[in-house]
Design a protein. Structure first.
Length: 365
């Protein structure tokens, strides 16, 4: 019975759940207070921020479309971070996934469906290989993997941009690649919306990651390697192999996300600036407490706030960047080890007292 109860709380221990919920609520209250202070129409601004995405069908499905790349990035980072390596090269994998998808979409005339499968698969492989690089280089140079990952994000951004500029750039009109053929793009699921079939793929990938991490020996080995590498080694786990494979799968998911975002949302490659999905992914990972079950929920929550902020900016005197401020507060509170620490301390004291009483009762008997 005790094991069953413990399993229920394995999804997310109660202290983390309370702390994250409190951080979200407090962050929203702070933002509401700022809106009341700086806006001439605070009621309209708050109402549009919180309910704007639900007012029209188009706005609602925009939330889903905006959330799809966030889910991919969050899931990819989950694999990377759970293995114990702070590898944040997801932006490199994501961007190069989009570049590879663009190259195949334009260069290879393939039948419908086959075209999408090939470009998404190729993007996944490239993304996975890129994600392994910081770990491999760290092994031989001992350079901090965080530094290597940030370097990889910049290097592959410029590398991908040079590929597009050199081989696939349309010379006339605004900056962008040649248009994607229709058989390379992901179709629209619902007329009158921007929802594409990448939504189906992200559901399948989410289910795969949940199963992989919670129901397979590989997922167990990843968790053990990340939480207690010394124990993992003494248990016979090939930690180096597990870490590398986790990085590859995580990067492959991010690469898929880049490809799906490109051929699902855009008609041509137009990303002249570096993507910053990795920081969104970190926020999503933190809010989900590293659990893949909660990654989609937190990703679509962030997407909801962003769409709401854009609607708010069109209906009031505030800029949508207020959501960036909101995200910063959330990160600060969730990352703080001392935030609501007294709750955990009180719980641990009660637990210790109960254990002591139980031991005394057993000794008396």
């Amino acid at each position: 019975m005790e094991k069953k109860n413990r399993k229920k709380f394995d999804l997310m221990d109660y202290f983390s759940a309370i702390r994250i919920a409190a951080a979200l609520l407090l962050s929203l209250l702070i933002v509401f207070a700022i809106i009341l202070f700086v806006s001439e129409m605070p009621g309209v601004a708050i109402q549009k921020l919180m309910t704007g995405p639900l007012e029209t069908k188009r706005s609602f499905f925009n939330v889903i479309v905006r959330g799809i790349p966030l889910v991919f990035t969050g899931l990819g980072l989950t694999l990377c971070l759970k293995s114990g390596i702070f590898n944040i090269s997801s932006d490199a994998s994501f961007y190069m996934g989009a570049v590879v998808a663009t190259a195949i979409a334009i260069s290879w005339p393939l039948p419908n469906i086959v075209h999408q499968i090939v470009l998404i698969g190729a993007a996944a492989i490239v993304g996975g290989l890129i994600s392994m690089l910081p770990v491999i280089v760290n092994k031989y140079t001992r350079v901090n993997p965080v530094v290597l990952a940030i370097m990889a994000n910049s290097i592959f951004y410029y590398f991908g941009l040079s590929i597009i500029s050199s081989f696939f750039l349309e010379k006339s009109g605004s900056w962008g690649s040649y248009k994607f053929p229709d058989d390379a793009r992901l179709g629209t699921m619902i007329k009158g919306t921007s929802l594409h079939y990448g939504f189906v793929i992200v559901i399948l990938v989410t289910l795969f990651v949940i199963f992989l991490m919670n129901k397979t020996s590989f997922g167990y080995k990843v968790r053990v390697t990340g939480s207690n590498p010394a124990f993992a080694k003494t248990s016979g786990i090939r930690t180096g192999f597990i870490i590398l494979l986790a990085q590859f799968i995580g990067g492959a998911i991010a690469g898929m996300g880049g490809a799906i975002e490109m051929v699902g949302v855009y008609k041509r490659f137009q990303w002249q600036t570096q993507t910053n999905y990795v920081w969104d992914g970190l926020l999503i990972y933190m809010l989900a407490n590293g659990n893949p079950v909660f990654i989609p929920i937190t990703a679509f929550f962030i997407a909801y706030l962003r769409v709401g902020a854009e609607i708010m900016s069109r209906s009031s005197d505030l800029d949508p960047e207020i959501v960036t401020f909101l995200q910063g507060i959330i990160i600060l509170l969730v990352a703080s080890q001392r935030f609501l620490y007294f709750l955990k301390k009180r719980h641990d004291q009660k637990l210790s007292l109960k254990q002591a009483e139980a031991e005394e009762g057993g000794a008396a008997a």
